[in-house]
Write a protein that binds this ligand. Structure first.
Ligand SMILES: [Zn+2]
Length: 438
C-alpha cells in the first residue's frame, strides 16, 4: 500500500481512520496514514479510469435531443437518458417536480409558465462531509431553432447545441464520479447531484431546490463550460434581476376628453428615464422592452416595461430594491396610475470569499498535478453558482468542458477536454475525500 501524501501537497496529513472517524466529525489532523489505511490515488491513475470515447458518444447523443427550456417533451427524454446513465453510480435518483413559476404576459396578466422536471441523485446522505455537484439539462435553443445537429468540425472539435453548455459538462459529472467511486476513499464522503431543467431562463422553478440541496454542503462544483476555451475558470460574478412592471392608467378619447385619461405609456417612458439614472458604479440597469399602448386616438391605459439589473454587490442589490419601491410609488402618485412590479433578483452577486478561494486553489493544484494549467477571471455572466454561493457554500462553477461560442449556432466543444475535466473533478473530489480543508 502506498502512503504517498507528499504527492498530494498534503504533507503527511490525514484525517481520521475511515468512515467511523468521519462520523465523529473533524477532530483535526491525526498521525500520518491514509483514511482506512488504503493507498492514495494519483492523478495519472485517475486519468486512466476515464473512458474518453464513451464520453464523446454520450455527449453527442444527449446534445442531439433538443432540450430548449420550453421543450418539455425533449427535457423529459433527456432526463430519462440521464437517469439511466447516472444509475451506474450508487445512491438514489429522483425526478423532482418543478416549482410553480409565473410570468407577466403582454396584457399585464400573471400567467403560469411550465417547466420540466429536475434530476436529483443522492449518494451517502449520512456522510459527515457532503458535496453538491450541479448542472443543467436545458439549452437556449427552442425546438424550432435551426441549430439542432451535432457535427464534427475536426479531430478535436465538435459543433452542436448544448455540447459545451452543458451536455458535455453533464458527462464530465458522470465520468468524474465514476472515476472517483473507484478510488479507495470514495466511501467517506457523500454528495448530491442536481441537474435542473430551467437554468437558461434563471432557474426560477429550481432555485428553492438548489438552496435546499446546498444547505450544509461542504463545497459545490457546477459544470458550466470554462470561461475561456483554454480552461480558465469564472471567479467572482455579479448578480442579475429581471422585472416586469405593469402600469395601468385610464383610457379616454385623444381628441374629446384627453384630460380624463391617464397615459400608461407616458408613465412607462418616465419610469425608463428615471430607472436609468439609478445606474451606478456597482449596478447597471437595462430597460429592455415596453409593451402596451393602443390606437392613435386613444389615451393608452396599459404598458408593461421589462428591465434587467446587474448588481455587482449585495449592497447594490438591496439599495436598488428600496429605490425602485420609492420610484414606483412616486410615479403612481404623479401619473395617477396603478403600478405592479413582478420579479426581482434571481441570482445574487457571487463574491469569492476565503473558503471559496481555497476551493479555487485546490482546483488549480489538482490541475497542476494533471499537467493542466488553470487560471481564473471575473465574469459578467451568471449561473447556478450564484445561487449556491448565496447559501454560503464555496463553489467553483465552471468545472465543465472547454469550448466556446455558447448560445450561438457556432457553439463548440473541445473533445479532449471531456476526459481532461473529468480527471480534474475526480481528483478534486479525491482530495476533498482525503481530508483537504477549505
Ligand atoms: Zn449553461
Amino acid at each position: 500500500m502506498q502512503h504517498d501524501f507528499e504527492s498530494w501537497g498534503g504533507v503527511g496529513r490525514a484525517y481520521g481512520r475511515g468512515p467511523s472517524a468521519w462520523q465523529g466529525g473533524w477532530a483535526g489532523p491525526v498521525e500520518a496514514g491514509p483514511l482506512g489505511g488504503v493507498a492514495m490515488v494519483r492523478g495519472e491513475n485517475i486519468s486512466a479510469q476515464i473512458d474518453a470515447a464513451a464520453m464523446l458518444r454520450e455527449t453527442c447523443e444527449w446534445a442531439a435531443i433538443n432540450s430548449g427550456t420550453g421543450n418539455l417533451a425533449g427535457l423529459a427524454e433527456v432526463a430519462n437518458r440521464l437517469a439511466d446513465a447516472f444509475a451506474v453510480l450508487p445512491g438514489k435518483i429522483e425526478l423532482v417536480e418543478p416549482a410553480p413559476v409565473t410570468t407577466i404576459d403582454a396584457a399585464g396578466n400573471e400567467v403560469e409558465r411550465a417547466h420540466g422536471k429536475h434530476l436529483v441523485l443522492r449518494v451517502r446522505p449520512d456522510a459527515v462531509r457532503r458535496l453538491l455537484l450541479t448542472g443543467h439539462m436545458d439549452t437556449v435553443f427552442p425546438v424550432d431553432h435551426p441549430f439542432q445537429k451535432v457535427e464534427r468540425v475536426d479531430a478535436d472539435t465538435v459543433n452542436g447545441p448544448g455540447t459545451a453548455d452543458m451536455k458535455g459538462g453533464l458527462c464530465v459529472i458522470l465520468h468524474a464520479l465514476r472515476a472517483f467511486e473507484a478510488t479507495p476513499n470514495a466511501a467517506v464522503i457523500g454528495y448530491d447531484v442536481m441537474i435542473n431543467s430551467d437554468e437558461e431562463t434563471g432557474s426560477l422553478s429550481s432555485d428553492a431546490l438548489i438552496a435546499d440541496l446546498a444547505r450544509g454542503k461542504y463545497a459545490a462544483l457546477t459544470y458550466e463550460p470554462s470561461a475561456l476555451p483554454d480552461g480558465t475558470l469564472a471567479h467572482a460574478r455579479g448578480g442579475t434581476g429581471n422585472y416586469s412592471v405593469t402600469i395601468r392608467g385610464r383610457s379616454a378619447h385623444a381628441g374629446r376628453n384627453p384630460q380624463d385619461g391617464r397615459n400608461a405609456v407616458v408613465a412607462a417612458a418616465e419610469l425608463v428615464l428615471r430607472l436609468t439614472r439609478l445606474a451606478a458604479e456597482d449596478i447597471t440597469i437595462n430597460p429592455a422592452k415596453i409593451e402596451g399602448g393602443s390606437a392613435n386616438n386613444v389615451v393608452p391605459d396599459l404598458a408593461v416595461l421589462r428591465f434587467n439589473i446587474r448588481p455587482r454587490t449585495s449592497e447594490a442589490m438591496q439599495r436598488f430594491d428600496g429605490q425602485l419601491a420609492d420610484l414606483l410609488a412616486e410615479l403612481a402618485a404623479e401619473h395617477e396610475v396603478q403600478i405592479h412590479s413582478h420579479g426581482g433578483v434571481t441570482r445574487p452577486p457571487k463574491p469569492v470569499d476565503a473558503r471559496a478561494q481555497k476551493l479555487f486553489d485546490l482546483v488549480r493544484n489538482c490541475g497542476a498535478e494533471l499537467g493542466q494549467s488553470i487560471g481564473w477571471q471575473a465574469s459578467g455572466g451568471v449561473c447556478d453558482g450564484n445561487n449556491i454561493a448565496a447559501c454560503g457554500v464555496p463553489v467553483v462553477d465552471t468545472m465543465g468542458v472547454r469550448g466556446g461560442a455558447i448560445h450561438s449556432p457556432d457553439e463548440f466543444m473541445i473533445i479532449p477536454s471531456l476526459a481532461e475535466r473529468a480527471a480534474l473533478s475526480a481528483l478534486v473530489l479525491g482530495r476533498l475525500a482525503s481530508g483537504d480543508h477549505l
